[in-house]
Design a protein around this ligand. Structure first.
Ligand code: HAM
Length: 431
């Protein structure tokens, strides 16, 4: 359905045209959601092992928090979901994770280095397509308060190891340096002059960016522009000694721990706050248009831009949807088997099912039951569908004699009748 068509249907509120999730968003339902749980726990484990603590901050901020990231990017200029609240405050839903973490750092001034990780929805009003959503989800880290190039290496290694732990193999790391803020400014001027000389060769949609946001032209995926900027000046030729030294130390750190990378002088990334190291992980298993599964870099001026003291920082964000698409494409990190261990079928009214499921759950066994006083046949069908290995069946005879029937739903061990009081012990042995 087109965007306007779904909008019309919503306005009409027509009976018979049920609501759908908004354009560019998805429902994550079971059993797929079990994969998300596993994904986030694996990430949490990797982050915790490296000394990063979880941060939760509000999903919306004063719009200025995001504007301070720099107005040179589409993310800030065009794609934010901003609104006035009932108190007339201008707020925006977070388009990414870094700015809020930096705002929280400035507000709370924790001891440095301050190492945090997050999992968060992010909202960008983009044109939806495979791997690009209006609400996507990121896991990420931010490490604030150290300019040590070894921290860059740590952050990159964390993400690289996480992808490896998922089982991904076709992932390429590309890195670049944006230099110091002064290096970056000098480069922008040089690039602008170059682009002004090539204006006619650029795709028409990219020409308007040359004056105010020349770096965005390098991001362009339009074939005409890509060809026209093939010999654009490289930022690496313009770096100060300090930036060259930083970059060399990051590279040698990566070399020493055996993390392979390619230096890509055109890598400018889509956000304005980057200084020094920038990096992206690209998947060879995804379509080139949306193949960046994670990216990040240093932002040594952002804390100051948000009202804090000059403080360096570095981090990354990685899109959960895109990484999972990559897992699908590589056939790794499957949806984990979900389900329960035991299904309780009670055809005497439900009293026994209530008591037994509770007892089993409290003992750590995953148990479910039928509701609505359904027939034996219907409850057995639910038991099969639940994926449970065992059914506990209570009919009138069992209720009268204080027994239960334990049936192997996989058919290997048949069924047995046992005293109700022995059930837990027996299940503990079987599971
Ligand atoms: P980003 O490159 O804009 O960086 O986004 C990070 C990742 O989020 C991307 O690599 C991609 O996997 C995913 N992503 C972004 N937009 C979408 C979308 N519309 N649909 C699906 N996935 C998407 C940042 O957000 C920075 N905050 C990263 C960072 C942290 N830099 C320093 N610290």
């Amino acid at each position: 359905m087109t965007e306007s068509a779904s909008g019309d249907a919503e306005q009409a509120g027509l009976p018979g045209s049920p609501f759908k999730a908004p354009t560019g968003t998805r429902d994550i339902l079971p059993p797929e959601s079990a994969r998300w749980v596993a994904f986030v726990s694996l990430f949490a484990e990797h982050a915790a092992r490296a000394g990063y603590g979880l941060i939760h901050s509000p999903m919306f901020e004063e719009i200025g928090v995001f504007r301070r990231m720099g107005e040179g990017t589409d993310v800030v200029r065009k794609e934010m979901y901003d609104f006035l609240d009932k108190g007339n405050r201008h707020l925006a839903l977070r388009p990414e994770g870094t700015a809020s973490v930096v705002r929280a750092f400035v507000q709370h001034r924790p001891p440095t280095p301050w190492k945090t990780w997050y999992v968060t929805p992010s909202f960008r009003y983009e044109r939806p397509q495979a791997g690009r959503y209006r609400q996507h989800h990121q896991v990420g880290v931010e490490a604030i308060g150290s300019a040590d190039p070894d921290l860059d290496v740590e952050v990159i290694a964390l993400l690289s190891d996480f992808y490896a732990a998922l089982g991904l193999r076709q992932v390429e790391l590309v890195i670049n340096s944006m230099g110091t803020p002064a290096d970056r400014r000098a480069y922008v001027d040089r690039l602008r002059s170059f682009l002004v000389g090539r204006l006619g060769d650029l795709a028409p949609e990219d020409r308007e960016k040359v004056e105010a946001h020349p770096m965005r032209v390098l991001d362009s995926k339009r074939v005409q522009t890509v060809a026209a900027v093939a010999d654009a000046p490289s930022i690496l030729d313009d770096l100060s000694d300090q930036a060259v030294d930083h970059f060399e130390r990051v590279r040698s750190g990566l070399d020493r721990i055996g993390i392979r990378y390619r230096v890509e002088p055109r890598l400018v990334r889509g956000l304005d706050y980057y200084t020094h190291t920038t990096f992206e992980f690209r998947s060879g298993a995804l379509d080139a248009a949306q193949n960046t599964i994670g990216g990040g870099g240093r932002y040594d001026g952002l804390v100051e831009a948000l009202g804090g003291p000059p403080t360096p920082g570095i981090g990354f964000g990685s899109g959960i949807e895109r990484v999972l698409l990559t897992c699908d494409a590589e056939g790794v990190f499957d949806v984990p088997p979900v389900g329960i261990d035991v299904f309780v079928v009670d055809v005497t009214g439900g009293e026994h099912a209530r008591a037994i499921t509770l007892e089993l759950r409290r003992a750590g066994i995953r148990a479910d039951r039928g509701f609505d006083r359904r027939s034996m046949k219907s409850q057995m069908k639910s038991a099969d569908r639940s994926g449970a290995a065992w059914a506990v069946i209570i009919g009138d005879d069992e209720a009268a004699t204080g027994t239960v029937i334990l049936r192997d739903l996989r058919g290997e061990q048949g069924q047995e009748r046992l005293a109700r009081t022995e059930l837990l012990d027996r299940l503990h042995k079987l599971l």
